[in-house]
Design a protein around this ligand. Structure first.
Ligand code: AR6
Length: 231
């Protein structure tokens, strides 16, 4: 496993064998821009306090399950910091399973600034949402609603008013949204993961049998949604 510094400043962490094609090479920059790409945060592992070892197993398992169904498209797990524990766990486990690092990799950056700051165009981004599908609350949800502006709130309300754990909803982003204009994001997929935080609604206490089942459902629903967008 190696880590490359991305031409545009972001850090691209590659998973897989080191002799694989380097997708960061500048000659690929234009063609790479048109590859349908889903950027997603690690669902439930910050505010919702889901165990990182278990979550990383589920992410890699679900990526492996869906990777053959996404054609030329790519899946990218994103987190804010270079020291992200979930990124390093997933990177190691994906490499161990020989998952194609051109189709799945990890990336350090703000999910609302992937193209403008990281040089990585992702036409679809996932949100770790809350059950009310409302802005705020911190984490990636607050960042995405803030960056997208009221256009996302309005478009979300047209699709759904609440979300159950393990489910997702695809929201086409109006071109009036800054996330569309600046980042080239055409769809936001809201996902509600299992909550293990006693301070938040629907806490599962320490029930990881239920928790893992719901997290698997959440990723299946997210990746199915992405497949339906790119098809
Ligand atoms: N860009 C990329 N990754 C991010 C960003 C960002 N801007 N912000 C956070 N992360 P969390 P959850 C990472 O807490 O655990 C909200 O209040 C973060 O480091 O956003 O599913 C909602 O309203 C972590 O790896 O989501 C819900 O109530 C991952 O995103 C609740 O939090 C998910 O962290 C959902 O909690």
């Amino acid at each position: 496993t190696k880590m490359d510094s991305h031409p545009s400043g972001g850090a691209l962490e590659k998973v897989g064998k080191s002799n694989e094609l380097d997708i960061t090479s500048t000659s690929d920059a234009n063609s790479a821009d048109s590859i349908p790409t889903l950027a997603f945060p690690s669902i439930s592992t910050a505010d919702f306090q889901f165990n990182l070892e278990k979550a990383s197993d589920i992410i890699v398992e679900k990526v492996e399950e869906f990777i053959s169904r996404i054609g030329k498209a790519r899946l990218v797990l994103v987190d804010l910091s270079q020291g992200s524990k979930i990124l390093s766990l997933v990177k190691t486990k994906a490499a161990r399973k020989n998952i194609d690092s051109n189709k799945f990799f990890t990336f350090v950056g703000d999910i609302t600034r992937l193209r403008s700051q990281g040089g990585l165009h992702c036409n679809v981004i996932a949100n770790a949402a809350n059950w009310r599908l409302k802005p705020g609350g911190g984490g990636v949800n607050a960042a995405i609603f803030k960056a997208a502006g009221s256009a996302l709130e309005i478009a979300t309300k047209e699709r759904a008013v609440t979300l159950s754990p393990g489910k997702s909803v695809i929201v086409p982003l109006p071109s009036s949204s800054l996330l569309f204009a600046r980042e080239g994001v055409t769809h936001v997929i809201h996902v509600l993961g299992p909550n293990m935080n006693p301070m938040r609604p629907d806490c599962l206490k320490d029930d990881y049998v239920q928790g893992c089942k719901i997290l698997r459902e959440a990723y299946s629903s997210l990746f199915e949604g992405f497949v339906s967008v790119v098809r």
